[in-house]
Ligand binder design. Sequence first.
Ligand code: ADP
Ligand code: ADP
Length: 228
Amino acid sequence: MIRLSEVGKTYPDGTVAVQELDLEVGRGEMVCLVGPSGCGKSTTLKMINRLIEPTTGRIFLDGADVTDADPVQLRRGIGYVIQQIGLFPHQRVVTNVMTVPLLYGESKATARQRALELLETVGLDPATFADRYPHQLSGGQRQRVGVARALAANPPVLLMDEPFGAVDPVVRTKLQDEFLRVQRELGKTVVLVTHDIDEAVRMGDRVAVFAAGGRLAQYATPEELLAR
Ligand code: ADP
Ligand code: ADP
């Protein structure tokens, strides 16, 4: 579904962020990119949806080179969840989650119903949270709204950068489990960036371990990693 072939990225200031990266993510698979800060994980994610252009190599989505795709069209099929998720501050939580489906022409009633279900899915009781504004949420709650909003657009591919980073440890485990269930159920293809090896091993069908200098040190299943 997603294939990176000898991808490299050197920023204009000379920083080498990613080198000679080969990676394949199958349909419905969750791949976790893990490694210390600054080793090129976020850069890799952003190259897949073309927020950043690679310096070398090629990236394919469903067999087509993403360089040939219209970026707007490309991003319709790719949900992007980041920690500093930009919720619309003047819209209620439920409206934030409904935005993209409404843009795509879904009826208000259907979009609202689905948004309420998704809030439930990410562990936010709709009765409590649907009508709040983003500033009335904790950081972790805002992040969950971000996840719900990405799911609402129903893209086949989700790119997630530290999606559970701001959540406290107990809630994080619950949220990881819930997200895994949703991902399996909906058959989403996911690339998830985390600095937390436990999260990567827990969530990933496969784990890509990045090393300093943006090189791939290992690409293996959690079982293979734990056996080493
Ligand atoms: P990670 O997500 O693993 O923390 P990043 O992909 O964010 O790593 O960054 C990889 C390297 O590229 C780091 O050295 C970082 O400082 C550098 N970097 C990231 N963005 C830019 C940029 N816009 N310009 C120059 N260097 C950058
Ligand atoms: P965190 O420690 O996760 O940052 P906060 O201290 O921001 O959490 O919030 C704690 C609780 O108070 C959360 O359940 C959040 O939803 C609620 N809360 C925060 N700000 C408001 C507000 N302005 N109105 C109503 N509830 C709020």
